[in-house]
Design a protein around this ligand. Sequence first.
Ligand code: FAD
Length: 321
Amino acid sequence: MAKTFIFCEFNNGKIKKGSLELLTAAKAAGAEITALLIGPGSTEAAPEAGHYGASATFVCDSESLKNYNPMAWSKVVSQTIKNSGCTVFLATSSMTAKDLFPRVAAQLETGIASDCTDLEFNGDTPIAKKPLYAGKCKAQVNFANSPIQMILMRPNQLPIGEPDTGGHCEIKTLSAPEIDDRLKITDVKKGNTDKVDLTEANVIVSGGRGMKDADNFKLLDELAETLEATVGASRAVADAGWVPHSMQVGQTGKTVAPSLYIACGISGAIQHLAGMSGSKVIVAINQDKDAPIFAKSNYGIVGDLFEVVPKLNEELKSVLN
Ligand SMILES: Cc1cc2nc3c(=O)[nH]c(=O)nc-3n(C[C@H](O)[C@H](O)[C@H](O)COP(=O)(O)OP(=O)(O)OC[C@H]3O[C@@H](n4cnc5c(N)ncnc54)[C@H](O)[C@@H]3O)c2cc1C
């Protein structure tokens, strides 16, 4: 089976769900897996890669790589992939990955497919598909003549297997590269939420223009608290300045695929649907029974969200607590 290299993202000492999905898929395909983690804390998180099937894990556990630096990171990744002799490379299609891996692909003179939603293996060959035209169709990617087949998968698309806590991987430490003076990260401003990022969230409660103003988003925050969900929004709302653009879901916002997406006061424009139609269950709350969002929803509630959302929250609280 193909030597498969997986870039694992991690947070608070744990490998992120999207990366666990990739480890699971490669393990199920019988691949020989090498993982790579970059940044402070990577040594602590590395053993988990072994529990999900990696036989070796590289770590570059350096304070100098605390913040994403495209030049330093691409140097580490390209060199490590090259030395590994892998023919398949997998990573999550995160914001960082979409900036980093095209650079790496260029350095390795190989092909890359980002934003994929389907991944299967046919023997040594990975078969990936990615949505086109705002999700109207999918293209199967062919990596003819690419020495390494690099695939970036959207999170929440594949199952995560049970960890084998007896599974060990050899941990190999890499030294950090010199930081190139041409590009310096001087400051990173984190969002003011400790919620899971929209692209990784399992449950999302989203608000649109029907929320009427910014203050009313506290209704969605309350519902999100009950459901351990992350709050998203339509572009109309982000453009109006009611919420930051980082909360926008859609063609020009984030692409999400949670288990449950609750759309409140969102009409269901094609550009919004492009970002959330991969959700497993969609619930829409809208006072207009003809709103297009209902055609894409598994459950629809026709009504005033200012009445429905608080009632729904009370009911869910009594069931879940
Ligand atoms: C190039 C391009 C890219 C775009 N990218 C995106 C994108 O990434 N994401 C995105 O979302 N949009 C995007 N848009 C904008 C998109 O076309 C829509 O304008 C936008 O999604 C509409 O947002 P909305 O559903 O919140 O507002 P509206 O379309 O105004 O819908 C508001 C809904 O709220 C309902 N409502 C009102 N009051 C209540 C109430 N009290 N209770 C219940 N329901 C109520 C109404 O019935 C209505 O259906 C893009 C547009 C373009 C041209």
